[in-house]
Design a protein around this ligand. Structure first.
Ligand code: COA
Length: 329
């Protein structure tokens, strides 16, 4: 049976660090409040970097780690809701920048914070079906560009960053064992960013003030509660479908949105603290970048060994959610 495996990982963070103390100068907040309620101490902000430049940097690292040339990549999928341009897609720009062969399919998909796992799921299916052999999967977001920096309820939460993996086929019982993606558009109002289009010049309402600014808009409490329940269920789904139990998990890599959400999930699932990867304190919520950045740090800085079971799980605007169970090769 052919599965896909992660042959290499990479990530890229902007240089500028914005601490909670820096934020105290922008809005009525405190380092203590942000740390206690979210676990975040600082985040990275793209000033000279772009969605493309971070994606390319992360992709090059993933290709190098996998020992695969860009010329052999035959699929590019990017999860992002903050592309540099409306079109062409970030994936098309990456294709040109890396020198991936013309004709190779390259696409972006929109699933907010679940974007990377959505992209991974689709790439996995292309590899399993034999259509693709070397799939580049990227998760990237620059939420600093869609945040109202006067809104303390959202601006303390997010940061910028990109992560990438290179998927290749493998035989046997390792690689991506199970992967699931889901959505429920009924809850869209709890977390969204409006204003992608200018009002129609032909509308009678034009100029009437109905235009919403393109900033992240969130019902924090509702999002929190739904996230805990949904992420917990998504973990169970990935494990059951892979024929694994909670005890088999070597490392849980959850979407880094809030340490309190992660703690509640961990307690529900009875997964010990030392088995949960956290880097939210350094980067905040980097949306689609969150999981591939965490995965890259886990693989490079921690002893992830052949045979280890990694459980990846995400939740985001839409609502969208996704999970994957991986036996490391
Ligand atoms: N600094 C200081 N005070 C703040 C603040 C900030 N940055 N943001 C909100 N507050 C205040 C509120 O105004 C409120 O004050 P009040 O009691 O006088 O009305 C108080 O803190 C409590 O606000 P509340 O919204 O109830 O706090 P909370 O404990 O729910 O934490 C979040 C708020 C946003 C941290 C939390 O709801 C959360 O993390 N939600 C999920 C967000 C998320 O993960 N989104 C992405 C999903 S992918």
């Amino acid at each position: 049976m052919i599965r896909s495996k992660i042959a290499g990982t990479g990530s890229a963070l902007p240089e500028k660090i914005l601490t909670n103390h820096d934020l105290e100068k922008l809005v009525d907040t405190s380092d203590e409040w942000v740390k206690t309620r979210t676990g975040i101490a600082e985040r990275r902000i793209a000033v000279s970097e772009s969605t493309l430049s971070l994606s390319v940097k992360a992709s090059r690292k993933a290709l190098k780690a996998a020992g695969i040339s860009a010329k052999d990549v035959d699929l590019i999928i990017v999860g992002t809701v903050t592309p540099d341009m409306v079109f062409p897609s970030t994936a098309c720009f990456i294709q040109a920048e890396l020198g991936v062969k013309p004709g190779v399919p390259a696409l972006d998909l929109s699933a907010a914070c679940s974007g990377f796992l959505y992209a991974l799921d689709i790439a996995d299916k292309y590899i399993r079906s034999g259509i693709a052999k070397n799939a580049l999967v990227v998760g990237v977001d620059l939420f600093s560009r869609i945040i109202d920096w006067k809104d303390r309820s959202t601006c303390v939460l997010f940061g910028d960053g990109a992560g990438a993996v290179l998927l290749t086929p493998t035989k046997g019982k390792s690689g991506i064992l199970s992967s699931h993606i889901h959505s429920d558009g009924n809850h869209w109002k709890s977390l969204y960013t409006p204003g992608a289009l200018e009002p129609s010049p032909f509308s009678s309402e034009t100029g009437s003030g109905s235009y919403e600014k393109p900033f992240v808009t969130m019902a924090g409490n509702e999002t929190f509660k739904l996230a805990v329940k949904t992420i917990s269920n998504a973990c169970i789904e990935a494990l059951e479908s892979a024929g694994l139990s909670k005890e088999d998990v070597t490392l849980l890599i959850p979407h880094q949105a809030n340490t309190r959400i992660i703690k509640a999930v961990r307690q529900r699932l009875k997964i010990p603290e030392e088995k949960v990867f956290l880097n939210i304190q350094k980067y905040g919520n980097t949306s689609a970048g969150s999981i591939p950045i965490a995965l890259d740090e886990a693989v490079r800085n921690h002893p992830v060994k052949r045979g280890d079971v990694l459980l990846l799980v995400a939740f985001g605007g839409g609502f969208t959610w996704a999970s994957a169970a991986i036996r490391w090769t």
